[in-house]
Design a protein. Structure first.
Length: 451
């Protein structure tokens, strides 16, 4: 006996997959394969039959429900039509009533509107007539004004032409110095006209002090104070030139000199008011800051003269409190600096006087030494002279009449005669004569000694 393999073709049919004999057996748990095709066909046939039955049942139910719904809708439509007819009839009735009321009101309002319209039309005609009259008056006045303005414009134009001709003639006659001075006068006039009323204590004057270091000066210096503290200072330089000038200057050529004047006059800002480089878009555009080349320096056209001063003053006033504190600190620093300066001056003066005194003392000692040396020389000379005088005196003492007349008969005879003559005179005369004789003898002796 053996286990036989089978194939399940359906749920009711098993087919042997090999030959079998009596006593062979089949293990249903281990069926080798199932013919799914047959199963699928059977399942499909059964499913289609079920589907068709359910579809017929659903269709029948749907037709019953549809008929029921249609009957309900027809009933509602019939009810709605009745309500609609009643509402239309009611609305038409109400509308007819309103139309009748409106016709009555319209009939009553037409007469009132006609009266109101006539009144409005009358007022409108009056207003139009009034406006027409005003328009005519305005037109005539405008014509007069136009004629007057035209005449004034022509007069002003003529005056401008005359001024242009005058200034052209004046400009042709003016020197370069006069042209520059005209710009200075213009700026001075602007300041006095617009800024002096709001800055009555401000300083704006010509810079007349020529610098010793550079030999130059600016044109104007502006300074202003608040509560005794100077919060702004500006050095101004005005530059202009005639159109026909052969050598054209540039603004930048004046920067270095202007910066030097600013620093020497201790001004915070430097401003070049210039009419040079008339075609430059840079300088014609407004206020030009050239601080990247020279500190706190600006170049402006004359029309920006007042705005620039105003801007710088307003900016400086914002830091006024800081400047006050700085001024206090500066004054304290100045006091210390003055003390140190005076002490240094005293030391320097004392050192100088000590040096001069030392030099004078050394000179005096040197002169004393020279004087002592000179006196020593005089002393030696005097000592030498004294020795010579002593020798001369010894020689004079050794000199006698006998020594002089020895070996000289003539002189011996003369002295003997002189002696006898003296003996005959009076005692006073004799004394006098003797004295004279002694003097003569002395003289003779000296001469004899000398010879």
């Amino acid at each position: 006996m053996k286990q036989i393999r089978v194939i399940a073709e359906s749920k009711n049919k098993l087919v042997l997959d090999e030959d079998a004999q009596k006593g062979d057996w089949i293990d249903l748990a281990q069926i080798n394969s199932v013919d799914t095709g047959l199963v699928e066909k059977a399942l499909a046939a059964g499913a289609d039959k079920v589907y068709q039955e359910k579809l017929r049942a659903a269709k029948s139910e749907f037709e019953l429900q549809s008929q029921k719904r249609i009957a309900e809708l027809n009933a509602r439509i019939s009810s709605f039509e009745n309500e609609k007819k009643l509402a239309v009839a009611e609305a038409l009735s109400k509308k007819d009533s309103e139309i009748s009321d409106l016709k009555q009101k319209l009939a009553a309002g037409e007469s009132q509107s006609q009266l109101q319209l006539q009144k409005v039309q009358s007022e409108k005609n009056l207003e139009l007539q009034k406006l027409s009259n005003q328009l005519e008056n305005a037109a005539s006045k405008a014509k007069l004004n136009e004629d007057s303005l035209k005449q004034n414009f022509e007069n002003q134009l003529k005056l401008k032409d005359e001024q242009i001709a005058y200034y052209k003639d004046l400009k042709a006659k003016m020197s370069t110095k006069m042209i520059g001075e005209s710009l200075e006068v213009h700026c001075k006039t602007l300041f006095e006209q617009y800024l002096r009323p709001v800055m009555p204590n401000a300083y704006f004057e010509k810079d007349n002090e020529v610098s010793r270091a550079s030999g130059s000066k600016g044109d104007f210096i502006f300074r202003d104070k608040a509560d005794g503290v100077e919060y702004i200072s500006i050095m101004f330089e005005m530059k202009n030139e005639a159109d026909e000038t052969a050598t054209k200057h540039t603004n930048e050529s004046f920067f270095k000199e202007l910066d030097k004047d600013r620093r020497e006059k201790k001004c915070e800002y430097a401003v070049l008011v210039s009419l040079l480089e008339k075609d430059s878009e840079l300088y014609n555009g407004g206020i030009v800051d050239v601080s990247h080349k020279f500190p706190k320096m600006y170049v402006i056209r004359p029309q920006f003269f007042i705005p620039l001063i105003t801007l710088l003053c307003n900016a400086a006033k914002n830091s006024l409190e800081w400047q006050r504190q700085l001024e206090v600190a500066k004054n304290q620093s100045i006091d210390i600096t003055n003390f140190e300066s005076r002490l240094s001056e005293f030391k320097s003066g004392f050192d100088k006087n000590y040096r001069l005194a030392s030099e004078k003392f050394a000179t005096a000692i040197d002169e004393i030494d020279k004087t002592i040396d000179h006196l020593n020389k005089i002393k030696a000379a005097l000592i030498g002279s004294e020795n010579n005088l002593r020798l001369a005196n010894n020689k004079a003492e050794d000199l006698t009449i006998k020594s002089l007349t020895r070996g000289n008969p003539t002189m011996t005879e003369k002295f003997a005669a002189l002696k006898s003559q003296d003996a005959k005179t009076l005692p006073g005369a004799k004394g006098k004569s003797s004295a004279n004789g002694a003097a003569a003898s002395s003289d003779s002796g000296e001469q004899g000694g000398l010879f």
